[in-house]
Write a protein that binds this ligand. Sequence first.
Ligand code: MG
Length: 339
Amino acid sequence: MKLSWKQYDLHLKHTFRISRSARDTASVMIVSFEHEGIVGYGEASPSSRYGESLETLVNFLSLINFEKFESPFLLDDILRYSETLLPGNSSAKCAVDIALHDWIGKKLGVPLHQMWGLNPKKIPLCSFTIAIDSKEAVEQKVREAEEYPILKVKLGLDNDKEMIDTIRKITDKPLYVDANEGWKTRERALESVKWLKKQNVVFIEQPMPASQFSDLQWLRDHSELPLIADESVVRLSDIPMLAQAFDGINIKLMKCTGLREALKMIHTAQAAGLKVMMGCMIETAVGISAAAQLGPLLDYCDLDGNVLITDDPFDGVRNTKGRLILNGKPGIGATPRMT
Ligand code: MG
């Protein structure tokens, strides 16, 4: 059992600005797990919000030693071991989790969604993200996104109203709104929610900082729109408390250490009466195709990380007019593009 990794610097079609940061490139690590002539692929897209970088990825991946495990089918043992190596390091753990799942699917000759008994036709329509920008740039992006039936709009700076007004002059599509913790007081957040309710907005993601839990509870009591946790939910253990302040959660493989924990989170959230969304970082078709295997279990799908980049080194799940189409290949269904 051998693990190797390679860095890719992905280029974004447009500058990706959210309430706390802006960037034109994203560096990810593609992990290859090789055993008995089969290669499973995984991906880590590190986020500084969760304390990761390319350096922490290399450090974590270098520590992994599969010697004491007889077979990749001992997935539970291997992932428990990976969990104990270091705290945090979620996207690095995720890369290992995806690569092992991919290997198992390939060894068995089945796509993961089939292994889990999921109907690939039940994936909800995927939203397309419009990041924060000038009026002119937002107009252009919204026109470019014409084929996508749902837009997810990043808000949380001082031009929220201009962003929404600009979009609403062009289209009446349903909008998801993501404030990325940008509204710092509950009064400001409630005022925004009230206005957005009138703009055909479906829900608000992470209106306020995760650290302001009691304000989020207050906001939920007063909000006429559903609130979805993103920065407030990292792992499975966060879910029971969140049911007091949110209507749903946004699960990301890169935050939660991978497919195995994501599946547990989906069932736990549903048992707590929470809606389930899956989102992503800027990722290649490896991370997105892995997440899409769980797509049939979702209420909301926001897996557009690879359609925001110009140079995806992998092929995998296709996004056609917001509909995610799994390709039926074994494992996660992602293959390297010939360059
Ligand atoms: Mg978000």
